[in-house]
Write a protein that binds this ligand. Structure first.
Ligand code: SF4
Ligand code: SF4
Length: 384
């Protein structure tokens, strides 16, 4: 069925646009018609497993791509691209927490949507704010409203900010005319693809969530061993494809470099303090064991022998998931003590998964030790 076009009301849109511009946000409008091609893409990813059983808009693709199902009374979606970078977000590859998750970055979105909705309701229209919500594919909404273009990283990009913005919408029955799509694209750039530490961008615009660290850190269970080294210093979120994106350079370069909590700090915190720090993160079941799991991998990736004691402590943790990651971490740290710690732990370990992890760490460390021995033995010949 054709989507009915609403009567233009340029004055109303202009007032909304000015409110957004005061906050540095870009504004557009789209209709409430379905996002058929986006739905097909989501269904394909769910079917192929590339969605990694994540929830969000994967939960109900039909709902997420059919605004009329959730808002049958609405005629338009006003969508805003709201910048979220702040001081301390400058270029730095050693961050443990991605910029969007470092504190409550939706503050600006909430504030702006509140003002837009108030303006619409004052004018006599119905308005409902929506952001970060399973009922709406917000990146697709932003692209159709001409606020952004699809990047090869699968992020939505906008001029001047690149990928460094959050999306918020106000659904309304106000007679607003859709704004035209943006005439921009990534062109010949492919910088985000090789920048991804896990090769998760499998084709332009297609991310395999099973390999995307942002999704992996939000999942249950053990982190795939093949992704652990690539996870680097990250504990939550991943900015690698964003920092590589040239359209975002100017916004990033203008900022000082700040600091994020170290993995050691996170592992030393009580569950209560960790819960407070991670209150804006998606953590399965709100269980801090998953944050500790991620932090163990990040700590191990620092490869500091001085961390062997902390990892040994987690090797005695009541949670088998954490013992597994501590065992892997000891192998990664590779201190002289690590082998002994693992051998002693193996004698007392009853859990089959943890035993497997300890045994493979012992094998790797023992192999490393014997390789070193061989290289020491052949060294005199090399010198001759
Ligand atoms: S968020 Fe990180 S892991 Fe995911 S696609 Fe981007 S660079 Fe790759
Ligand atoms: S890095 Fe280049 S290709 Fe990737 S999203 Fe940004 S502009 Fe597009």
């Amino acid at each position: 069925m054709a989507v009915p076009r609403v009567k233009a009301n340029h004055d109303l849109f202009e007032e909304l646009r000015l409110i957004a511009a005061e906050q540095g946000a870009r504004l557009g409008v789209t209709d409430c018609g379905p996002f058929d091609s986006v739905r097909e893409g989501i269904v394909e990813r769910v079917t192929s497993g590339a969605s990694a059983r994540l929830g969000f808009t994967f939960n109900d693709p039909e709902l997420a791509t059919s605004p009329r199902r959730s808002f049958p009374w609405a005629s338009a979606i006003v969508v805003a691209a709201v910048p979220y970078l702040r001081d301390g977000d400058g270029r730095d590859d050693s961050r443990s927490v991605a910029r969007f998750a470092d504190g409550d970055r939706y503050d600006g979105v909430r504030h702006l949507l509140g003002e837009l909705a108030a303006m619409l309701t004052d004018a006599g229209w119905r308005a409902e704010e929506i952001f970060d919500d399973d009922r709406l594919v917000d990146r697709a909404v932003a692209v159709r409203a001409g606020v952004a273009w699809w990047g090869k990283s699968s992020m939505a990009l906008t001029p001047g900010l690149g990928p460094w913005f959050l999306i918020g919408s106000v659904v309304t029955d106000a007679p607003l005319e859709p704004t035209p799509p943006m005439d921009r694209s990534c062109g010949t750039c492919v910088a985000c693809m090789p920048a991804c530490p896990t090769d998760a961008i499998v084709a332009p615009g297609v991310v395999d969530a099973r390999r995307c660290l942002a999704a992996v850190f939000q999942s249950r269970g053990a982190i795939d061993p093949s992704l652990r080294v690539a996870a680097g210093p990250r504990v939550y979120g991943c900015d690698a494809c964003l920092t590589a994106c040239p359209p975002g350079d100017r916004a990033l370069e203008a900022l000082e470099v700040g600091s994020t909590p170290s993995p050691l700090d996170l592992l030393s915190m009580s569950d209560r303090d960790l819960e407070s720090l991670a209150r804006h993160w998606f953590v399965p079941g709100r269980s801090m064991r998953f944050v500790r799991r991620n932090a163990l991998v990040a700590l191990a990736n620092e490869q500091r022998p001085s961390h062997a004691g902390v990892l040994a402590g987690y090797l005695g943790h009541p949670d088998a998931l954490l013992r597994c990651h501590a065992a892997w971490g000891l192998q990664r740290v590779g201190s002289e003590d690590a082998l002994t710690i693992l051998e002693v732990a193996l004698e007392n370990e009853a859990d089959a998964d943890v035993r497997d992890e300890i045994e493979s760490s012992i094998a790797a460390l023992a192999g490393h030790a014997s390789a070193n021995m061989v290289s020491t033995l052949i060294e005199p010949d090399r010198m001759s």
